[in-house]
Design a protein around this ligand. Structure first.
Ligand code: IMP
Length: 448
């Protein structure tokens, strides 16, 4: 790990693949050493699972740090918040006895409204229909495979501005009324038009009902909705330590991922600045989370994908089914071209390798170390899905390990082949592994 200056009291946890890398557990462990945990991107598309004393918690909007009593848990301005889901999540945690008094949501965060979800679903259906009609592959026109949580449309509205609603607006009835007027005028005809094209029914947008729903949910969330930029700087001024929790994954980043098969936000560490108001220069430690293999949910190219019994075995042992949508995840060999690229664009100072135990019993483990494209070999990650679709992975084969490693508590407890696998990853990526996960529980994490 690199050394940091005294003003760099913040850390970040980011995913180095296509999401679901096990960030929740890393955040949960690091939260113990920080005073505040802050989300800066994404929305209820994310699903973080944390197991505490055998009890599994699945969080979508609320930072995983909430499971530590007394910590400040902030939903930053860069997050798009489904207010009804937030209420549901808070109430669910309260029911299980979790103290949610440290939770704050930025008034600058944008709200995801029901029509964003309708738009997300209709657009996906249109892409799917077109792809089927044209018999196209994943070169840019087929279904993205979104979570249909309205994420893309909410970020699009944020950039488009005319009718975007921020969480702070939920507390101002007169602003809400004006904005919803514009939203209904703009979105209504677009949605019914799209529905007509698809031959399905779409309910007309009802301005009064929307105003009422938004006002009601705003009242419920009022105690949480606050200005957070000054709040976070006050924390920093008081010498407090902040942990930033990246959602989704670097290869789903709207600019740097496998476009257009990406999400709508900046998932990489540089999203912290715009997504919270804290300059990224305050972040000294950037922990890149990566699984010992690859997974992907939704559409888009996946060069190392396994569509065989080895892949099925990994999916079942790793419980690779979406936390948010329940969809089976696509599974493949570890792609070090992709991970090295992700570590580079994040400025990762350390790695956290997760799910190593899942590979137990795989006789020979393949690792992609280069791509072959147009007859030439490259270690550069291509700029978009069109190019990535056309690469052939170049593999190095490593000997696997047969033993169950879930009881290992030190790196020295691991079989030699597992340690060799970790060394190979560290050397290829050029970043040291600070943590290695051998099971879902907090205790099943080996540190170097
Ligand atoms: P959206 O974020 O719902 O628009 O979905 C865009 C793409 O990102 C789809 O392929 C989703 O499956 C994927 N995605 C979004 N969030 C996550 C996540 O937290 N883990 C894994 N995949 C995700």
């Amino acid at each position: 790990m690199t050394t940091h200056s005294s003003s760099q009291t913040c850390s970040a946890v980011v995913g180095l693949q296509w999401g679901d890398e096990g960030k929740g557990k890393a955040v949960d462990i690091l939260a113990a050493q920080h005073d505040a945990v802050v989300r800066y991107n994404g929305g209820a598309n994310a699903g973080h699972s944390v197991v505490v004393k055998g009890e599994r918690f699945s969080l979508h909007l609320i930072p995983s740090g909430i499971l530590y009593p007394g910590k400040l848990a902030v939903i930053g301005n860069g997050v798009v918040v489904d207010p009804w889901k937030l209420v549901e999540e808070v109430e669910g945690l309260k029911k299980r006895g979790v103290d949610t008094s440290g939770l704050v949501c930025s008034d600058r965060a944008h709200a995801v409204l029901p029509y964003h979800k309708t738009e997300d679903a209709l657009r996906e259906d249109l892409l799917k229909r077109n792809a089927a009609a044209l018999a196209v592959d994943e070169r840019g026109v087929s279904e993205i495979g979104t979570t249909r949580r309205g994420i893309g449309p909410a970020y699009a509205d944020k950039a488009q501005r005319a009718c975007a609603i921020r969480m702070g607006d939920l507390l101002r009835p007169e602003v809400l009324r004006e904005k919803l007027d514009v939203a209904v005028a703009m979105k209504g005809p677009a949605l019914t038009g799209l529905a007509r094209t698809l031959g399905v029914n779409a309910e007309e947008l009802n301005r009064d009902a929307l105003i009422q729903q938004c006002t009601e949910v705003g009242q419920k969330l009022a105690p949480l909705i606050k200005e957070t930029t000054h709040l976070l700087h006050a924390q920093l001024g008081a010498g407090k330590k902040i942990l930033f929790e990246g959602a989704n994954g670097s290869l789903l980043d709207v600019d740097h991922g496998t476009y257009p098969y990406v999400t709508g936000s900046t998932c990489i560490s540089s999203g912290i600045g715009p997504g919270t108001g804290v300059p990224t220069t305050r972040v000294g430690r950037i922990l890149g989370i990566m699984k010992a293999y690859s997974t992907r949910v939704g559409g888009g190219p996946f060069p190392t994908e396994l569509k065989d019994a080895i892949g099925d075995g990994i999916r079942n042992r790793g419980r690779e089914f979406g936390t948010t949508t329940g969809r089976p995840r696509r599974v493949g060999w570890l792609d070090l071209v992709a991970v090295k690229y992700a570590a580079m664009i994040n400025g990762a100072t350390g790695l956290c390798l997760t799910m190593l135990d899942v590979l137990a019993g795989v006789e020979e483990i393949k690792v992609c170390t280069a791509y072959r494209i147009n007859g030439a070999e490259t270690t550069q990650f291509p700029p978009d899905a069109y190019d990535l679709q056309r690469v052939t992975p170049v593999y190095t084969t490593l000997k696997g390990f047969a033993q169950d490693i879930t009881k290992a508590r030190r790196l020295a407890d691991l079989p030699a082949e597992a340690r060799r696998y970790i060394d190979f990853i560290e050397q290829s990526v050029g970043v040291k592994a600070d943590m290695v996960g051998v099971g879902p529980d907090r205790e099943q994490t080996l540190t170097s």
